[in-house]
Each structure stands twice: as structure tokens, then as C-alpha cells.
Design a protein around this ligand. Structure first.
Ligand code: XMP
Length: 511
């Protein structure tokens, strides 16, 4: 953990994680806490600064999240963003009113007073606004530092009390100088020196892991995904062969993926690697099953049966490690702050399995930081930048009954499609892309012969968060090459379709 840290106090805004990530990009550690975190917990942490996030509410809504105004007297520098800025005004004796005309999108602001927050920032610049209330009267002791055409207080401050507020969102890239403004807050106002650096993180974490683990053993469930892979590499650096990685290959991974994961971890890292091959058992359990939900349930249940049985065998005191990352642990500021998101990284361990403790070496990192650490630890690029892959694997991409033959066809088709996306450079623009095997055969012609064989669907999407997604506009000539290669190179494929459904109404996966 870094010595300096910033608190992002979450009032339910959609950009709360983005704020913390931007702060960390500026080499200062930031953590997010919900708006109902007690003041005593905040005041005892030695924060260098506090950022109030935006939020969807009006400060006058009965249900809107508030905070005790004592936080403004701790002497810790504060930056309020959007709702957070209005809240500061409301908590003191300012006024917040409904805008006659709400501001949304890119807006020009003008600086009207010199400010530490706007050091080296031009007098006029573009910022991202999204608000329907505004600060109509600044509290006593505050002065307006920026305005826009429709907003008499685009920014205000009380320099003496180190309280700053901006109506716009400096954390989004549409705000031209947003990063500089955040940097000014961290370095000029809070006096940070910037001690959150990934190289330091690795050294620090490795020595903490060494100390915690001592001579004991550690068992880690390795999925081949980014998070567990990076956790494995870190632990390997710390304790070498005291680490056992359990890798369950249920036969539903992409072509050669199981072998690739095994080779990577056995050749590049020092550890005990235990691979459980259970493809045949899975196929047996899935025989005759066509209902998507039933397939998912069987795959999930079987996976954890096999996984926990192996862990049970390996458990011999010591620690259990998981690839949990920071977003899996953040409490939400949106209402019920007590519930922590459950996530596939945080599955419940059966009660009869006993470890001395759980280790989550990436528990403080965002995904992009995990990737940086992974690269520094020498994990191959394709693993570090691996696109998301669903837990049930190809099981949700083979419609109808899953058979060995169908898995093989899909693995081959998927490999060809991925290869072509890589060769064409298209993969750089895509969030996720894969092949699907619908349970459909169609008539075709090959040479002089009639064929009756499988249809392959290809899917490629762009998205920021996978909650919504757009189908990717892959150029026709690239699609033509994909189609040619699939029908020529993959046995039993005689037709190719491209899925042009966005999410919603479609989902990314087909089942
Ligand atoms: P959908 O199909 O819900 O997918 O639009 C959104 C994202 O989630 C992935 N996905 C899963 N990931 N276990 C996972 O770990 C699952 O059961 C699962 N189902 C979908 C999907 O690949 C996409 O990235």
C-alpha cells in the first residue's frame, strides 16, 4: 500500500470508479468508500484529500445521500464534483437551485479568478457537464473561480479551508484539461508526491506476501483469466514452490488454451501446477441437455465440485489465494451500501475446507493496473490482454446439446476467426469477438457435391462496460476473408453468418 491516499466518497455517481482510476493514473493511491462510511473511519485514515463524487440526485431530494458537515472541518482538502459540489454548497450556507436550462455535454468554461486548481490551465476550455441543479449562491468565504454561459458557478473554492468544487466532470476525457485539474488538486492542493507506482507495488506486495506466508503453503485457483494469472505470478515471485495452482480444464476452453496456460505457468514461473482434466466427465453430465439455463447450471455446479474436491485434497493448512480485484470489493454508494457485489472471483468455499486465511494480492487494483502488473511480471501479452471469456466457456456458444464433435468444430472456427481479426488489425478495435455454433445445418455445395453441414455465426462487439454493446462494423473485405477461411479450413462448416444484433436487445453471448 502507498503511504499517500485519497478518499473518493461515493454519492452514487456513475463515474466514481473512473475518478479513482484517474487519481491512480496520476500516481496517487485512491480508494472508494460509500457515503455512509462513519466520519471516525474517515478521519483516522490519514487521507491526503477527499473527493466527493457526482450522483443522480438533487440535494433537496429526501432520499438523496448526504454527509455530516463536520467532514468539511477536518482540515483535509476536499474536491466536490457535480453533485458533490452542490452538496458542499448545501452543507454550508450556499444555495442550490434547479437550472432553467440543464447543461449536458461539452461546455465552454471561463476562468474568472486565479486558483491553485487551475494552475497552467487556459482561461477558456471545454469541460463535460451533466446537471439539472446548479449552485445559485456560493457559501460565505467561497469565491467563484469559473463560469459558463448558463452556469454562474462552474467552479468555486475556499482556498483557506482547502475546499474546492467543480460543477463539471474533470474525470471524463471530454474535459479537455480534466486530468490537469485533478493533478493540480492532488499535487498543488493536497501536497501529494505521487508514490503509487506499479514497480513499487510489485516489490512491496512480494515482500508483504513473503512475510505473511512465511514457510506455509498457498493454494490458488487458476482460471487462465487475467486476474488469477497475475495473482499466480505475484505469488510465485514471493514464495515459488510453496504455491500450488489448481487449474480445472473442463474441455470448454478455446483451442489449445488449456495447454497454453499450463505451458506458460510451468515454464515461466516457479510453482506447483496441478491440472485437472475432466472434459469427459463434463460431456457425460451434459448428454442430452439442451436447455440453456440447465446447461449453465450443470457446468457451474460440476466445475465447483471438481474444483473444491481438488482444493480439499491440496488444503494442508496454509492459505487460499484468489484473484479478487478492487471493483469486486467496492461497496456501492447507490443506496444499500452494505451489500458488496458478489462476483465469480469471490465464490463461497465449502465449510469443511479449512485454510488459515485468504490472500487476495490484487484486492486493491483496478483491471488496467492488474494488466500493468502482469506485463511487468512477464506474463505473455495474449494472457494479459485476454478478452473476457465466460465461466461456462464454449458451453454458452454451442446451442443445443454439447458434444465432443461440436466442441472441436467451434474451437477450430473460433481459432480461425481470431487469427483473422489479429492479422487484419481489427482486434485492436474490438471488445470481444468469437464464433458461435448454432445447432443448425444448411445445404451447400462444395465442388460438385451437395453438402449438409454446420452454420457458424461470428460475433464481434464494441462496448465500454458490457452492460450495453454494439455490433462491430468489421469491413466487408475482412468479413469475406473470414468467411472464405472458415468454409475452407474448418471441416463441417459450409455457411457463415455475421451477428448484427446490439445489446440490448441481444446479449453478447448467445446463451
Ligand atoms: P452477456 O451475454 O450477458 O455477456 O451480454 C456480457 C459479458 O459477460 C460475459 N459472460 C460471462 N462471464 N460467466 C462469466 O464469467 C458467465 O456465466 C458469463 N456469461 C456471459 C460475456 O462473455 C460478456 O463479456
Amino acid at each position: 500500500m502507498a503511504n499517500e491516499k485519497i478518499l473518493v466518497l461515493d454519492f452514487g455517481g456513475q463515474y466514481n470508479q473512473l475518478i479513482a482510476r484517474r487519481v491512480r493514473d496520476l500516481s496517487v493511491y485512491a480508494e472508494i468508500k460509500a457515503y455512509n462510511t462513519p466520519l471516525s473511519e474517515i478521519s483516522s485514515q490519514g487521507y491526503k484529500g477527499i473527493i466527493f463524487t457526482g450522483g443522480p440526485n438533487s440535494v433537496y431530494d429526501e432520499s438523496s445521500p448526504h454527509y455530516t458537515s463536520e467532514i468539511l472541518s477536518l482540515g483535509i482538502p476536499i474536491l466536490g464534483i457535480c453533485y458533490g459540489s452542490q452538496l458542499i454548497s448545501y452543507m454550508l450556507d450556499g444555495e442550490v437551485s434547479a437550472c432553467e436550462k440543464s447543461e449536458y455535454g461539452k461546455i465552454n468554461i471561463r476562468l474568472v479568478k486565479e486558483s491553485k486548481l487551475f494552475k497552467d490551465i487556459p482561461d477558456q476550455s471545454v469541460v463535460w457537464m451533466s446537471h439539472t441543479d446548479y449552485i445559485s449562491k456560493v457559501p460565505n468565504g467561497f469565491s467563484v473561480t469559473a463560469v459558463s454561459d448558463d452556469c454562474p458557478c462552474a467552479a468555486m473554492e475556499n482556498e483557506q479551508k482547502k475546499i474546492y468544487a467543480v460543477q463539471f466532470h474533470p474525470e471524463v476525457t471530454h474535459s479537455e484539461y480534466g486530468k490537469n485539474i485533478l493533478k493540480n488538486f492532488l499535487y498543488n492542493v493536497c501536497g501529494c508526491s505521487g508514490d503509487w507506482v506499479m514497480d513499487d507495488f510489485i516489490d512491496r506486495t512480494v515482500s508483504q506476501l513473503k512475510e505473511k506466508i512465511g514457510g506455509q503453503k498457498v493454494v490458488l485457483g487458476l482460471s487462465g483469466g487475467v486476474d488469477s494469472s497475475v495473482a499466480a505470478a505475484l505469488l510465485s515471485r514471493a514464495v515459488g514452490k510453496q504455491l500450488t495452482c489448481v487449474f480445472v480444464d473442463q474441455g470448454l476452453m478455446r483451442k489449445d488454451e488449456g495447454d497454453f496456460v499450463e505451458k506458460t505457468f510451468t515454464s515461466l514461473f516457479d510453482m506447483r501446477f496441478v491440472r485437472v482434466n475432466c472434459a469427459d466427465e463434463f460431456i457425460e453430465k451434459l448428454k442430452g441437455v439442451t436447455d440453456p439455463e440447465q446447461k449453465r447450471t450443470i457446468i457451474g455446479t460440476e466445475f465447483y465440485n471438481v474444483f473444491w474436491n481438488k482444493i480439499r485434497e491440496e488444503a494442508d493448512g496454509g492459505f487460499f489465494a484468489q484473484g479478487t480485484i478492487y471493483p469486486d470489493r467496492i461497496e456501492s454508494g447507490k443506496g444499500d451500501a452494505a451489500t458488496i457485489k458478489t462476483h465469480h472471483n469471490q465464490v463461497k468455499m465449502p465449510d469443511d475446507i479449512k485454510f488459515e486465511g485468504i490472500i487476495e494480492p490484487l484486492g486493491d487494483l483496478f483491471k488496467d493496473e492488474v494488466r500493468k502488473v502482469g506485463e511487468k511480471l512477464g506474463i505473455p501479452h495474449e494472457l494479459v490482454w485476454r478478452q473476457p471469456f465466460p465461466g461456462p466457456g464454449l458451453g454458452v456458444r454451442i446451442l443445443g446439446e454439447i458434444t465432443k464433435e461440436k466442441i472441436k468444430i467451434l474451437q477450430e472456427a473460433d481459432a480461425v476467426f481470431r487469427d483473422e481479426m489479429k492479422n487484419s488489425g481489427e482486434e485492436e478495435h474490438l471488445s470481444q469477438f468469437f464464433a458461435v455454433l448454432p445447432d443448425v445445418r444448411t445445404v451447400g455445395v462444395m465442388g460438385d457435391h451437395r453438402t449438409y453441414d454446420h452454420l457458424i455465426a461470428i460475433r464481434a462487439v464494441t462496448t465500454d462496460d458490457f452492460m450495453t454493446a454494439d455490433w462491430a462494423r468489421i469491413p466487408y473485405d475482412v468479413l469475406a476473408r473470414v468467411s472464405n477461411r472458415l468454409t475452407n479450413e474448418v471441416e463441417h462448416v459450409n455457411r457463415v453468418v455475421y451477428d448484427i444484433t446490439s445489446k440490448p436487445p441481444g446479449t453478447v453471448e448467445w446463451e
